[in-house]
Design a protein around this ligand. Structure first.
Ligand code: 3UK
Length: 527
């Protein structure tokens, strides 16, 4: 077989996927389109900006790879990316991969402290960031002990990546790789401890794009994909970049905050056929529709992931728009969705059935499969699982057991094969589809001089969506007041990523604890 090729046997479902021995995934995702005559077709439609064709993309990827190499980055070295949803995200990510450099897209909503940790943990050789995020990225670079050799703005004149690309060659041979070689990382959070680098292989984006994108959602050449979830999330990376690239269709990019009105404007302007969002955003869009009815007629599918989609929200969306929403669960470790509802085969409240190519088991504490209808831990097997958590053999061994991934989610399966989510096995929260560690919010609250202790749990709001709620013990109980609540709110908003602040504050005399002093958050949740 020629180098860097994927062969699909579509006579079976899931399709049989085989790879050439020498396999750099930038070739099938980027260069293949030129060979298949798609050069003049549009891949990127930037909201408020221009378009990029497949030929322009391929050239810019080559220039980016050459620019990064020219600056001194070498194969296997990490390039952290705090880059907004814009063409330069594609150039940096694929240019790095084609040159053997490991791109690591980071959540652009994080704070300097988070970035400093990731710089040190990854020992990144390079950082590329959009100017919008300089206020958090630049202090992080100052604070980190490890000093990346290459620091570069993504866009702008002169020293930026785009500036360097202008002077770089438009030809680049893909660096030799194996399908299972390290390709890119994403960071994933845990309830305690620090974020973990999730190492993915070259083949993983092929697996998710084919099994979920093509075989589950039916994404094809005529589709236009728009993801409200940004590209730095595993969810957005698939929705807004790898699925369109795999299927040879278009991606709409929007670099602003995903407000309901902005989403409606983008949909009306660019007429996407497949829309990907999170439950919190669907709920906010419904509220905005009370003011103005958007034209959503270009859509053929609405998809939700990141947190459970409440059945009532699904019903209200369907009543208002005529569309169903296909809920599916994915994780950063498995890269994309592995349980999904389908058009004509869905149940409200369920995460759906297994996606082709994945197997799911629900097990008890001893690892034995439980009968249908009983809850247990969800384990998943498939070909897109992480290789490892970077330099974390303990967490890797706990998560990957005999080829199965322990998701940390509690589930049951009904007699029809539908999986139902019953929540996390740990205390982690998903707020608007984004991880939120109670421990991190508690630590921020305790920094306030009037706070002695704090516990944070998830509480369902009026729309059944989970938000953080704080229980606070003050040094002096007499200080409890609405003014102090306002002060604590500001304290959290200014020091944490913006989705993490508590929506409710309760002042209490003490927190429930175990004999060993561990906060019993479940008692606060249930109480
Ligand atoms: C939770 C869900 C119920 C669940 C993701 C689509 O969310 C993604 O990845 P993360 O690593 O989080 C994974 C965790 O989020 N979760 C996600 N989707 C659902 N819970 N119903 C859902 N539909 O706790 C899971 O373990 O941020 C989503 C595609 C790729 C992804 N990485």
């Amino acid at each position: 077989m020629a180098d860097h090729t994927v062969t699909l046997d579509t006579s079976t479902s899931p399709a049989g996927i085989s790879y050439s021995d020498n396999f750099n995934v930038a070739v099938p995702f980027i260069d293949r389109h030129l060979a298949e005559g798609r050069g003049t077709r549009v891949i990127i439609r930037q909201h408020g900006g221009g378009t990029v064709t497949y030929a322009e993309l391929a050239e810019n990827v080559n220039r980016a790879g050459n620019a990064l190499t020219g600056l001194g980055l070498g194969p296997g070295e990490r390039l952290l990316m705090m880059v907004k949803d814009a063409p330069e995200f594609f150039y940096a990510f694929w240019g790095a991969i084609k040159a053997g450099i490991i791109p690591v897209p980071l959540n652009t909503l994080l704070r300097a402290k988070d970035y400093a940790y990731m710089i040190d943990n990854s020992e990144a050789a390079g950082i590329v960031y959009s100017a919008e995020f300089a206020g958090e990225v630049e202090p992080a670079i100052e604070a980190a002990a490890h000093k990346p050799a290459v620091i570069l703005k993504a866009a702008g004149d002169g020293d930026s990546l785009l500036g360097q690309m202008a002077g770089a060659s438009a030809d680049l041979d893909p660096v030799a790789a194996k399908p299972d070689d390290d390709c890119f990382w994403l960071y994933s959070s845990g309830s305690t401890g620090s974020p973990k680098g999730v190492v993915h292989a070259h083949k993983d984006m092929v697996v998710t794009s084919q099994y979920y994108g093509v075989e589950t959602i039916g994404i094809g050449e005529k589709d236009v994909c728009f993801s409200a979830a940004k590209l730095f999330f595993a969810y957005g990376l698939g929705n807004g970049m790898t699925f369109p690239l795999w299927s040879g269709c278009e991606a709409v990019l929007f670099d602003g905050a995903p407000t309901p009105d902005a989403m409606h404007e983008v949909i009306e302007t660019h007429k996407p056929s497949v829309y990907f969002a999170v439950p919190t955003l669907y709920a906010a869009q419904l509220r905005a529709m009370d003011e103005r009815e958007p034209d959503l007629s270009s859509l053929r599918a609405c998809i939700s992931a990141g947190e459970a989609l409440p059945p009532d929200l699904l019903k209200r969306w369907t009543d208002a728009t005529g569309f169903t929403i296909l809920d599916g669960i994915g994780t950063t470790e498995i890269l994309h969705i592995f349980l999904s509802n389908r058009d004509g085969d869905f149940k409200p409240g369920a995460s759906g059935k297994t996606v082709p190519g994945y197997e799911g088991r629900i097990v008890d504490d001893d690892g034995n499969e439980v009968p249908d209808g009983e809850t247990g831990s969800l384990m998943i097997r498939g070909d897109s699982l992480l290789k490892q958590y970077w330099r974390n053999p303990e967490k890797t061994a706990a998560a990957l057991q005999g080829g199965w991934m322990y998701t940390g989610d509690t589930y049951y399966k009904d007699e029809d094969g539908f999986f139902f989510c019953c929540g996390r096995s740990d205390d982690m929260l998903k707020v608007g589809g984004i991880w939120c560690s109670p421990v991190e919010i508690e630590a921020k609250l305790v920094e306030h001089p009037k706070v002695m202790e704090a516990a944070v749990v998830g509480r369902a709001d009026d729309e059944e969506l989970i938000k953080p709620e704080a229980f606070i013990v003050l040094n002096d109980a007499g200080d409890a007041s609405d003014a102090l609540t306002g002060e604590l709110l500001e304290h959290c908003k200014s020091g944490l990523a913006r989705y993490k602040y508590p929506r409710w504050f309760n002042f209490v005399d003490e927190l429930p604890k175990t004999a060993t002093g561990k906060i019993q958050r479940f008692k606060l949740r249930d109480g």
